[in-house]
Design a protein around this ligand. Sequence first.
Ligand code: PMP
Length: 303
Amino acid sequence: MPSYCYFEGQIIPLEDAKISVMTHALHYGTALFEGIRGNWNEAHQQVYIFRLQEHMERMKNGAKVLRINIPKTAAELGQITLEVTKRSGFKEDTYIRPLAYKSSKALGVRLHDLESEFLVFAIPWGRYLDTDACRVAVSTWRRPDDNVFPPSVKATGLYINNALTKTEAIENGFDEGIMLGPDGHVAEGSGENIFLIQNGKLITPAIYNSILNGITRDTVITLARQELGLEVVERPVDRYELYVADECFLTGTAAHLTPVCEIDRHPLGNGGVGPITAKLKDLYFEAIKGNLPKYAGWCTPVF
Ligand code: PMP
């Protein structure tokens, strides 16, 4: 089945959407992306796009920082995304990739005096971290300070930092790397936020601890508080706390909620999926598949 792409104002087959080698974003990383999931619900015979509006709002905020002019509201971008996903027609788990980029065919390091474009396409995509027992290692690469580059801006150029982390982890035999922030506190994985559970409490680095303000992170915090009555603390997290945690898991649109069983070769808890992680994971999957009426507002049906 062909994928479609919204490109330069029209929906066309993905394979026909092509850019020039002179495109500014290709040379200087001057683009913003989002990762959005469409989750297949077999019983409903439906794909639900998860938290579409929030993803588009995050992109609009990033656009302010990179001075990418997208002359459309978050809701309008969401509508285009919905149309492209519907047109692609996948009746399975889908990954949606919007990109806002400096499209001028121009060289020169800058953000000003450049044209911008927005594109979006959808492809079938299942698991990202292909494990339920993730083995992670603290990375030698650090997440940048907000004054180096704001980590909550999903700029393509910044993802070289994430790619260095991921490849280091894989080449060293782990599934994912955990980056510390500039002050040495725990920040996040190369494509996921991190949560610890200690004495029944959920602990996660705060927004100002050099992390991406994850939408899955917010989802899990909401479900933990509202459905399980758990205390959630957002604060600086020491590296030490990783090793003594009862449970740990990663969250991200691509990674979903992935339990961590080992950090720097220290086994966590009893080595399996912890009880609170298991409950949160079940709730999370029910929410994203559109099975929790209370959270139906998070799910946009495609068909
Ligand atoms: N941190 C980083 C560095 C990421 O790339 C991602 C994936 N977007 C996340 C956290 C998780 O964010 P979200 O839950 O919004 O996908």
